[in-house]
Structures are given as structure tokens and as C-alpha cells.
Design a binder for this molecule. Structure first.
Ligand code: ADP
Ligand code: MG
Length: 604
């Protein structure tokens, strides 16, 4: 394909300037990196090298092999509101580039010493422009292959208070790295190199997403990621990859969302992506996930935030639901017993192919995120078998109970299984409750309210009744004001779920009935408080949290003797659930010792 001639850089007309979200573009060193990365990507770069010193305060240098800036346009590019990307108001309504305000270079030049070197062809001839915040300009001839290098030195030197805010250079370097990672995951075909204080910290192969993930998070993470495929729905497509539930972080920054290839921070979409993991993640743990949404540019407004970090999307709810369902769908097929089986396929054939890693594993990073690298269970246990557990492989014959905690069982393929009785039962009950609560269904209307003293309550979605047990003595529970505020609007829904609970003045509630979990002993009144606290959580999926709490409290305990028939029933029930290898809290519930492994170990 013939390269398109690069459009000239021109000042934006006043009416466009007026409509641009005003505000601070350069808040911190990482903002400089973001703007320079975006410029390099807009210039069609295939390779981008980012170098920082002292958290970016001393130096940020970004070099690309993009189309370059003509020598006579260098000075203009650094003026406020000059750009080659946007011309008219109409362009603002359908922004196709990452940059659109023509402000970044000017803002950087106002806050630091900036040196811009660029060449537009392979003649080797380049032009360099030196700018200081004082406004001195010097243009010199230089040499470089096609592309642009921007060096930013002594950021915020004229703003000592601001500069002091970034004294902890490690924190800033981590922020910069997070920024770079996001772009590297969204643009995996571009080769990103990151050099910190003279040391190479990361380099992506510039090939595909698996390669980028491998380079940034290690080969394990890449191997365990599952592709979202290319999902097209009315008006948008969704692609990317979903990290394994066993590979989690304490921070949410490893969920990368892009809309039309622009990384965005969008609360509702982030929450939706995580909701897709329910109930596979432990509380406080966050996954690695890359989701790219593409929709027609008219449906996105990127011009609402000075740092372009937030965008406005139309049909936000539909997008969020699609994202949540896609993640759940992929995980449903790949829910893995941590560490034991890498790609566990359960039930129907996977809709998405696991990503294949085509590049050698990345170098290990030291310092920045080493502590975050592993999910909690990674090292918890080592199971001998590494093969997938499929639904048909699950045990169907209970052999014995061990220590009143585990059921020893065998499958039709003669594999030996250890099944944690509590976790297995928890899983079974949880899935029943989910079905009963219709969690995840679109229905939110409450069908009637419970009649006085009724022992069976109306289910909110289907009119089916959720069984409840009346308490002989109503219980008084005291919550915090914040919990009260959250719980109050949920009371009628709680009633439909079997918890009849009335306000009793201030932040006190009177509980008259508790849910009766099908197939379990009655809910103990002692657990009422826990249930209400889950129901009053400041999360959208409080119903799910409640179902988890209820399942946990109603499941058979460790230390409980089970008859042979009870053991057998539990195994059969487990075969029916959708994710039979993890409990609702996300912990493994069974271990398989495969026949092959036994044969090998004992040399039979
Ligand atoms: P914007 O990206 O919003 O247009 P900037 O101030 O970031 O504004 O850049 C101004 C102009 O300079 C851009 O429109 C582009 O034409 C040119 N430019 C900046 N960086 C690069 C680069 N790395 N490669 C090629 N052109 C660049
Ligand atoms: Mg820009």
C-alpha cells in the first residue's frame, strides 16, 4: 500500500479550540509519556523506545520510527493548538487518532526542556529543535533514520513544589510502566522497549497479544490467558484476552480497556469486566485482562477529559453486559483448578481458543511488581497431574471419607480424586442459589411483596417462590449508617430472596425470616448478621456475595461425618454444576491423581 502523504500541521480554528476539554494535560511524568506514546502511535510507528531517568524527572526520551515531522513544521508543532489530526468541528465528533487537541507538545515545552529531532525519510537527514520553558529556540541539522525522538529534561524544574511531589521516583517509574504496558497490550503489533535508568526493563516482540503479555507478565500468564475471540454484536466488536483466575493482582491496573484503541478508564466497564469473573476471584484480587471495544467513532466522545483518560460512550449498559458475558463465557470454559490443570475445559467445547505463545518467555522483571506476580494459590499446592479435567472425567464413585474432610473417589477413567466435602457442597449450593436468585438475569422487577408471615416468598424474576424459614424469635441486627443507607432500598428484593427484614429505627433492623437453601440444613440464625452485611455491601453484585455467604454457611462442614449415600449424592450433584473444580470463593475443591501419574509414580 502506498503510504498516505502526511497532512500538514496547522493551527486549529477558534471554534474548535473552544470545544476542546480544557485542563491540565501534563500532571505528572507519566502524562508526558502517555502523550509522547500517543504521538508515536498516531505517526504509525512500528517500534517505540521509551527511556526514563529518575522517575522521568531527569529525562524522558521517546523515540519512534513513524512518519516524522518536516523540518519546517517542528516549531509549529510545539505551538498550542496546532495539529495535523483535526481540522473542523465535525472531526471532533468522530476522532480517529489518539491526539486531537494539538496541545501536548506545547504543554510539555512549557514545563520542561524539550528537544525534538525528526526525519521524514531514510536520507539520514534530520532536524532538531531545542526549546526551553523560557522560550529559547535553536534549530540544528542532525542525523537519524525516519522517525521522531522527543527528549524531555528536568520536568517541572520551574515548579519546585510540583517536582517535589514526584520525589519517590520508584512510584513514578511504576506509573510510567503501567502507562506503557497499557499501550503495549492495546498495540501488540508495535514493539515497545522500556529502559529505566540505563537498564532494559521490558521489551515486547511487536507481534501479537500473547507475545506482549508474555514479555510483560511472563510466559505463565500468557499461556493461561484465553482469547475473547472476535465478538461482533450490533454496532460494536469486542476482542482481547482474559487472564486466568489464578493469576491475580491486588491492584486493578492490570485490567486494560480500550475503546477504539484508546486506553480508557471507565468505571462501569471495568466493573463489568470483573463481574464476568464472579465467583472465581477472591475478594480484593483483580485479574489481568485486555479488552478492546470497537464502535463507530460517532458513538464515543473522547473529548471530555483533559488527559483523555475518560470517555463517554453511548449504550454503555449494553457494552458492559456484553463485556461481562464474554468474560464469563470464556472463563466458564477455561475455569481452571489453579496450578493443577492449566486449561480445564468443562462441558461444551470452548468458544475461544487459548492464546498460544509464539515467543520465548520474557525476561523476569525485578523490583517493580515481583511481589504481585503470582496469584495466591500458585504456590499453595502442587498437584501431580497437569492435564485438563473435563466434565466427563469427574469422579462418579465415592470410595471413602478421609478424616471427615475429604471424599476419596474414582472416575470412570480410574483416576483417583480427593474432593473437599465442604467446598464441593458449597459449589453445589451456590449454583442452586444463583439459579434461584436469577443472578445475572436482566430481571430486576420485584414480583409482589411477601405476604405477612408467609413462609415462601415470591422470586423477583419468575414469580417462582424462594423458600424461607420463619424465625421463631425475630432477630435485631444493628448496622452502620452507611450499611443502612445501602440496605434500605434493597429490602423488598431481600424479602423476595427469603430474608424478611424491617427497619426498626435508626440503623437497627428486625429480621423475621431467613432463606431456606434447597438441599441444606436450615440457615442458622447466628449467620444472619453476616448475611445482612453482605446484602449491605457497596457493590453491585451484592446478591452474588450473599449467595456465596449463604452457600458457605449452609454447606456441610469439615469434621462432619457423611454416610456413603451422602458422599455419593454430593459427587453426582457436583457433576451437574458449571464450574466443578473451584468453590465459590475461587479455591480448588478437588485434586486429581491420574491413573497415568499413579502408574508412573509407583512404576506399576
Ligand atoms: P496532537 O497530537 O493533538 O495533534 P501534539 O501537540 O501532541 O498534538 O502534536 C502536534 C503535532 O505534531 C501532531 O499533530 C503531529 O502532526 C506532530 N507530531 C507530534 N509528535 C509526532 C511524532 N512522534 N511523529 C510525527 N508527528 C508528530
Ligand atoms: Mg498528541
Amino acid at each position: 500500500m502506498e503510504p498516505q502523504p502526511t497532512p500538514p500541521i496547522l493551527p486549529l480554528p477558534a471554534e474548535v479550540v473552544d470545544r476542546i476539554a480544557a485542563g491540565e494535560v501534563i500532571e505528572r511524568p507519566a502524562s508526558v509519556v502517555r502523550e509522547l506514546l500517543e504521538n508515536a502511535l498516531d505517526a504509525g510507528a512500528c517500534a517505540i523506545r521509551v527511556e526514563v531517568r529518575e522517575g522521568g524527572l531527569r529525562l524522558i526520551r521517546v523515540a519512534d520510527d513513524g512518519h516524522g515531522i518536516a523540518g519546517d513544521e517542528l516549531a509549529l508543532a510545539c505551538q498550542p493548538h496546532t495539529t495535523s489530526k483535526v481540522r473542523t468541528l465535525r472531526d471532533l465528533d468522530a476522532i480517529a487518532t489518539l491526539g486531537f487537541r494539538g496541545e501536548a507538545l506545547a504543554s510539555i515545552a512549557a514545563a520542561a526542556e524539550m528537544e525534538l529531532t525528526s526525519a521524514t525519510d531514510e536520507s539520514g537527514l534530520a532536524r532538531s529543535l531545542m526549546l526551553t520553558p523560557g522560550g529559547e529556540v535553536a534549530i540544528t541539522a542532525g542525523s537519524r533514520p525516519r522517525g521522531t525522538t522527543v527528549a524531555v529534561r528536568e520536568l517541572f524544574q520551574s515548579l519546585p513544589a510540583r517536582r517535589a511531589m514526584f520525589a519517590r521516583t520508584g512510584v513514578e517509574t511504576a506509573k510510567i510502566f503501567a502507562t506503557l504496558r497499557a499501550y503495549a497490550l492495546i498495540y501488540p503489533a508495535v514493539r515497545f522497549t522500556f529502559v529505566v535508568d540505563g537498564n532494559l526493563l521490558a521489551q515486547t516482540p511487536g507481534h501479537d497479544l500473547a507475545g506482549a503479555v508474555g514479555a510483560l507478565y511472563g510466559a505463565d500468564a500468557a499461556r493461561e490467558m484465553a482469547s475473547l475471540g472476535d465478538r461482533t454484536s450490533e454496532g460494536f466488536t469486542l476482542s482481547g484476552a482474559v487472564g486466568s483466575r489464578a493469576f491475580t493482582f491486588s491492584a486493578r491496573q492490570h485490567i486494560v480497556l480500550a475503546i477504539n484503541r484508546r486506553p480508557v478508564h471507565h468505571r462501569a466497564l471495568l466493573a463489568a469486566a470483573e463481574a464476568g469473573y464472579r465467583p472465581l476471584l477472591r475478594k480484593g484480587r483483580h485479574p489481568l485482562l485486555v479488552a478492546q471495544l470497537r464502535l463507530s467513532p460517532e458513538r464515543v466522545d473522547a473529548n471530555i477529559h483533559p488527559a483523555k483518560a475518560e470517555v463517554l460512550v453511548r449504550d454503555e449498559q449494553r457494552l458492559a453486559a456484553a463485556l461481562r458475558d464474554a468474560v464469563a463465557d470464556v472463563l466458564g470454559h477455561t475455569a481452571s483448578a489453579p496450578a493443577a490443570s492449566r486449561h480445564v475445559a468443562i462441558g461444551a467445547p470452548p468458544a475461544a481458543q487459548p492464546l498460544t505463545l509464539r515467543f520465548p518467555p520474557a525476561r523476569r522483571r525485578r523490583g517493580l511488581h515481583l511481589a504481585e506476580r503470582r496469584g495466591r494459590y500458585g504456590d499453595l499446592w502442587r498437584a501431580p497431574a497437569d492435564a485438563p479435567v473435563e466434565a466427563r472425567d469427574l469422579p462418579d464413585l465415592a470410595l471413602a471419607q478421609f478424616d471427615e474432610t475429604l471424599i476419596l473417589a474414582r472416575s470412570s477413567a480410574s483416576d483417583l480424586f480427593l474432593v473437599d466435602q465442604h467446598r464441593a457442597h458449597e459449589r453445589v449450593l451456590y449454583e442452586r442459589l444463583r439459579a434461584q436468585y436469577a443472578i445475572g438475569s436482566a430481571a430486576t422487577a420485584i414480583v409482589g411483596s411477601p405476604t405477612e408471615g408467609a413462609a415462601r416468598m415470591a422470586d423477583r424474576s419468575s414469580g417462582v417462590t424462594a423458600p424461607a424459614q420463619l424465625l421463631l424469635e425475630p432477630l435485631l441486627i444493628e448496622l452502620t449508617p452507611r450499611q443502612t443507607q445501602l440496605l434500605t432500598p434493597r429490602l423488598s428484593e431481600l424479602a423476595a430472596l427469603g430474608i424478611e427484614c424491617q427497619p426498626f429505627g435508626g440503623s437497627t433492623f428486625l429480621v423475621r425470616s431467613l432463606p431456606q437453601v434447597p438441599g441444606a440444613a436450615p440457615t442458622a440464625p447466628a449467620d444472619t448478621r453476616t448475611l445482612l452485611i453482605e446484602a449491605a455491601e457497596d457493590v453491585e453484585d451484592w446478591r452474588d456475595h450473599m449467595a456465596i455467604a449463604l452457600a458457605c454457611r449452609s454447606a456441610v462442614r469439615r469434621g462432619q461425618l457423611l454416610s456413603a449415600a451422602e458422599q455419593q449424592t454430593l459427587l453426582i450433584e457436583l457433576r451437574e454444576v458449571s464450574a466443578p473444580v473451584v468453590c465459590p470463593h475461587g479455591s480448588p475443591l478437588l485434586v486429581r491423581l491420574s491413573r497415568d501419574w499413579l502408574v508412573h509414580t509407583f512404576a506399576w
